[in-house]
Design a protein around this ligand. Structure first.
Ligand code: 4NP
Length: 155
């Protein structure tokens, strides 16, 4: 894999996928990759809103300000614009597969498929859980961000 465009997808685009986007932006920059990076949700409830305050706080704990991010919903163009679409969980992946238009070149996978030993696993949804869930989400998405950046830089 060389130059690429990567989209992270969860349900609301306010918790998991913005954290994945933030972690991956950092890794891609560190690896010197020039990649189109974005995130989106399969649902539309939070469109136009900033990330959940707990996600913003978690990102800030790692030195990243995601308060300017705004939620948006996945659209059909995404399947042509992005080479890789990474789903946080199995339902997100099923929803993406169901809406993928014919002729789309985007490769769909679970985010954690890219982490050795975590293939087939979901990034747990922290939205209805306790605050500690966001720290776990960060650990999961930052692991995936690192291995993705390694793959995309061919190392
Ligand atoms: P996310 O978390 O998909 O990681 O952004 C959620 C955000 C909102 C809802 C569920 C999950 N919700 O039901 O509104």
């Amino acid at each position: 894999m060389n130059q690429a465009a990567v989209l992270f997808v969860c349900l609301g685009n306010i918790c998991r996928s913005p954290l994945a986007e933030a972690a991956f932006r950092r890794e891609a920059k560190a690896a010197g990759l020039e990649i189109l990076i974005d995130s989106a949700g399969t649902g539309d409830w939070h469109v136009g809103r900033p990330p959940d305050p707990r996600a913003r706080a978690e990102a800030l704990r790692h030195g990243i300000d995601i308060s300017a991010y705004r939620a948006r919903q996945v659209d059909l163009e995404d399947f042509h614009r992005f080479d890789h679409i990474l789903a946080a969980d199995h339902q997100n992946l099923a929803d993406l597969r169901a809406m993928a238009p014919p002729g789309s070149g985007a490769v769909l996978s679970l985010l954690l498929d890219h982490v050795e030993g975590f293939e087939g696993q979901a990034v747990a949804d922290p939205y209805f859980g306790e605050v500690g869930g966001f720290a776990q989400t960060w650990r999961q998405v930052s692991m995936a961000a690192r291995t993705l950046a390694e793959k995309l830089s061919g190392s």
